[in-house]
Ligand binder design. Sequence first.
Ligand SMILES: C[S@@+](CC[C@H](N)C(=O)[O-])C[C@H]1O[C@@H](n2cnc3c(N)ncnc32)[C@H](O)[C@@H]1O
Length: 214
Amino acid sequence: MDFLSKELQDYVLRHTSPEPELLQQLNRETYLKVLMPRMLSGHYQGRVLSMLSHMIKPKQILEIGTYTGYSGLCLAEGLTPDGQLHTIDINDELEDLVRKYVAAAGLENQINYYLGNALEIIPTLNIQFDLVFIDADKINYSRYYDLVLEKTNPGGYILADNVLWSGKVVQEPGKKIDKDTQAILDFNLKIQQDDRVENVLLPLRDGLLLMRKK
Ligand SMILES: C[S@@+](CC[C@H](N)C(=O)[O-])C[C@H]1O[C@@H](n2cnc3c(N)ncnc32)[C@H](O)[C@@H]1O
């Protein structure tokens, strides 16, 4: 679902910094070779993630849901020179592609890629994060939040993608709510009621929830 008209989307993109060449290549290769390429953040959201990361200047970033590595490379743009990004994905079929682009970006020493279930890997990470990006299976968003909140520094940020879930969060009353939509509804409500964080839901692409740990 598009929340802006095609004309406005084009205008917004024409007034946003261009997509870096390497990310254009990764974007193209994902669309050519990988299933469900719409999962990739893409030019506009990628520039937003990069801008937010530059504003935060994180030393430690956690990303849940690497996919082909696009959003991770965007977030890594704002790392401090000695900073590290930790990114987790359960799908090992994308490993070669991810590692190829991490190497092409010259970030092999700053990006730590973990293959496996994020619910099992996060508890093993003995790291405090300045920025966390939740972008994996929607059903587990609340669990990821519970796992990462204690590992987020006070004043640190947690971002969650797809929180408008193609507009299904406001579907007609009486219509059956599927499991993923219910999980997103529960997650959004939980954050709104949690006074340990301040939160702003941005209607950006499929909805990006920004949280700041107090
Ligand atoms: C929406 S895609 C991530 C897109 C990526 N962040 C981007 O913007 O380019 C979601 C990813 O989460 C991964 N995923 C799903 N369940 C997972 C789990 N339990 N642990 C780790 N990764 C998982 C999927 O394999 C998929 O690659």
